[in-house]
Design a protein around this ligand. Structure first.
Ligand code: NAP
Length: 308
């Protein structure tokens, strides 16, 4: 019931469209190629371009789909002077994550904003090549790895008047997690093994397993915040934040849809129509990023941004 209320509420009263000024800024976003059902990443890039960003790096699994998204975006805003670079990145493959970060570190002069948007909500249990449940792999482990690899560039981009932002994408569903698995009270057990097991996936179900990845992402944020705080002044050298876009139309449920009966697909499609659009969801990403701009406090939306 609470979920339905949240879903309809954010459709009727979507997040504010803040339209900030990103002149001269370089942004990086992962997972922005979702066409034709554009997701939050794709809609965010449109907003970055409209806000006059100087350069945008898009990390995608399929260069072809990334280039297609780039063409579609530039066709919508032909007057823009932005440079969009499409780099290969697969969050299920550490080799590409390291190659992606190293390319960014070498080829990008400064990095003002990073949005680690790529995420999945798998319907069935699947293990990654590294032994993690695939949702935990993409949403949590690989996102943490990429955060750590990009932090040096973000730290080096801080100036007296500007603090770079590392934005992780969470989900309000993490607040609705029931208690964690009782096995984790047993100190003999390896927690990672417990939560990456098929038993955990079956116990929670795919929706709660997704929520679990986002709950653990909050713990990662706490640690990253500690890592980047200036020990002398106590103020952050990089803002590490988590934004929760809330229920939004996107391709996130495609795995579930593909594996469901026609009736369920129709029900999900109908429910999708009751949620806000990806463009409206992407507004939360922009609000979160504005933490970096001094004097732009009016762009904050505390209900959608969590900063520890
Ligand atoms: N939609 C919602 O209601 C909602 C609510 C709260 C939070 N979120 C979060 O918002 C973020 C964006 O999701 P969305 O709703 O926009 O879903 P989406 O349309 O499915 O977009 C997800 C993006 O992540 C990319 N991705 C998936 N696996 C990847 C991998 N292994 N390597 C690189 N990229 C990968 C996808 O690329 P491909 O096209 O290659 O698969 C796609 O571009 C996710 O972190 C999600 O958890 C969504």
């Amino acid at each position: 019931m609470a979920f339905l209320y949240q879903m309809l509420g954010s459709k009727i009263w979507p997040p504010r469209d803040t339209k900030p000024d990103l002149t001269g800024r370089t942004l990086l976003i992962t997972g922005a190629e979702c066409l034709p059902n554009s997701g939050l990443g794709y809609e965010s890039v449109i907003k970055f371009v409209r806000a006059s960003a100087k350069r945008i790096i898009i990390g995608v699994r399929s260069i072809e789909k990334g280039e297609e998204a780039k063409r579609a975006i530039l066709a919508q805003i032909p007057q823009s002077n932005v440079t969009i670079d499409v780099y290969h990145l697969d969050m299920l493959d550490y080799t590409t994550i390291e190659a992606f970060a190293s390319r960014v570190n070498q080829e990008v002069e400064r990095l003002d904003y990073v949005v680690l948007n790529a995420g999945i909500s798998p319907h069935a249990y699947k293990k990654s090549a590294y032994g993690f449940e695939s949702g935990i792999q993409v949403n949590l482990v690989s996102t943490t790895l990429l955060s750590l690899l990009l932090l040096p560039k973000l730290l080096a981009s801080k100036t007296d008047t500007f603090t770079p932002v590392l934005e992780l994408v969470g989900s309000g569903t993490h607040q609705r997690m029931p208690q964690l698995l009782p096995e984790t009270d047993n100190t003999e057990k390896d927690i990672s093994e417990v939560y990456n097991s098929e038993t955990s996936f079956r116990t929670f179900g795919f929706i709660q397993q997704y929520s679990l990845t986002k709950l653990f992402l909050m713990y990662v944020q706490w640690q990253l915040v500690k890592l980047v705080d200036d020990k002398v002044s106590g103020s952050p050298r990089v803002y590490v934040i988590v934004v929760g876009p809330g229920p939004t139309q996107s391709g996130l449920g495609r795995d579930f849809q593909e594996q469901s009966s026609l009736g369920v697909r129709v029900a999900v499609h109908t429910m999708n129509l009751l949620t806000k659009t990806a463009e409206q969801g992407a507004r939360t990403y922009l609000s979160g990023l504005m933490l970096g701009e001094k004097g732009h406090g009016q762009f904050w939306q505390w209900d959608s941004v969590n900063r520890c």
